[in-house]
Design a protein around this ligand. Structure first.
Ligand code: NAD
Length: 323
């Protein structure tokens, strides 16, 4: 795939060794692009990129993005996709200072790279910026409700800062920026230790344990399959729209229904049991994706049945060794 100057299109993916980033690298390579991944393997895995080892259009730069990046990235750059950040609660709460550093200093360095190469910049932001506001599907003009000092502020405040910094680069340097607010995403290579309910179900199926549904199981999740999320990020990179744009599934599914789907795919021996719910049930966020539909002609296309079957098959097969 060529850019406007007739050269091979070149994207940089920060956090490209992670779950979403590695799928994005795959999609870009499949589209004929040259890809440079910058990752320090803080939460990423080399197994996620092993299949690209002999790919001539793929370059891996093993670097901490909190250090300035420039000479390490070869040639002109068309798009910088900035995904480097701890995403799982188990990671971002482990070292809140590191979480704030990568969202601030790391984002600054990624923005500088995009500015210096006149590239489009796509920030992978998160639904967490909406905080705890309301039960209604979140629209991009919701201002969110967060408490910076409640112990979780390191994550959502730092991501709000990253959005503000991206917006500041746009107004100050005319940088062509875009912000994607990504909601709960799943698929092959997802982290099974990220504390989410689907990850627990997959771990339980793999070990032959019963699926534990916190009672009553009517609480819901909105799950977006990774290929769909990646398609959303790519669509955003190709237009001129600055965002923010929600990228996620608007369809709610109950935790019990997720367990039933997983059990059905896993086979007749899979058992579901109800357990005591945690004292504070996770507040499930759900996107309004009208804007992504209008501006990017984007919506998730993978059914939960297909997505879960593909994911489980991957973990039961070769992927299980790297899980
Ligand atoms: P992940 O943990 O699998 O990937 C993050 C990657 O960033 C890892 O490869 C990690 O090694 C790298 N990284 C972290 N700190 C770094 C640093 N200082 N220098 C270089 N690399 C560094 O997470 P993911 O699920 O793939 O999420 C990717 C992005 O998408 C994150 O910004 C996350 O907030 C956002 N997001 C993900 C989800 C989801 O459901 N997975 C939902 C909302 C937002």
């Amino acid at each position: 795939m060529e850019n406007g100057s007739g050269e091979e299109r070149h994207s940089v993916v920060t956090g490209g060794a992670g779950f979403l980033g590695s799928h994005l690298c795959d999609a870009l390579i499949r589209a004929g692009q040259r890809v440079t991944c910058i990752d320090n393997f803080e939460t990423g895995r080399s197994a996620n990129l092993r299949h690209l080892r002999d790919e001539p259009r793929f370059t891996l730069v093993r670097r901490d993005l909190n250090d300035q990046i420039d000479g390490e990235v070869p040639g002109p750059v068309d798009v910088v996709f900035h995904l480097a950040a701890p995403a799982a609660p188990s990671d971002y709460l482990l070292d809140p200072v590191a979480t704030m550093r990568i969202a601030s200093v790391g984002t600054l360095n990624a923005l500088d790279l995009a500015r210096d190469r006149s590239a489009r910049f796509v920030l992978a932001s998160t639904s967490e910026v909406y905080g705890t506001a309301g039960d209604e599907p979140h629209r991009e003009d919701d201002t969110g409700q967060v408490n910076p000092a409640d112990g979780y502020g390191a994550y959502y405040e730092s991501r709000r800062f990253a959005e503000a910094l991206t917006t500041a680069y746009r107004s100050t340097y005319n940088l062509r920026t875009a912000i994607a607010r990504i909601f709960n995403t799943y698929g092959p290579r997802m982290r099974l230790d990220d504390g989410r309910v689907l990850s627990r179900f997959i771990r339980q199926v793999l070990s032959g344990a019963p699926l534990t549904v916190p009672g009553p199981g009517t609480q819901t999740r909105s799950l977006c399959y990774v290929d769909d999320a990646v398609a959303g990020l790519r669509a955003l990179s190709e237009g001129g729209y600055p965002g923010p744009v929600n990228i996620g599934s608007p369809d709610e599914i109950s935790v019990f229904a997720i367990a039933q789907e997983v059990a059905e795919i896993a086979g007749p021996n899979a058992e579901i049991v109800f357990v005591e719910p945690p004292p504070a049930e996770t507040h499930a966020r759900r996107p309004d994706i009208s804007l992504a539909g209008q501006l990017l002609d984007w919506q998730p296309r993978t059914t939960v049945q297909t997505g879960l079957a593909t994911t489980l098959a991957w973990f039961q097969g070769a992927g299980a060794r790297h899980a």
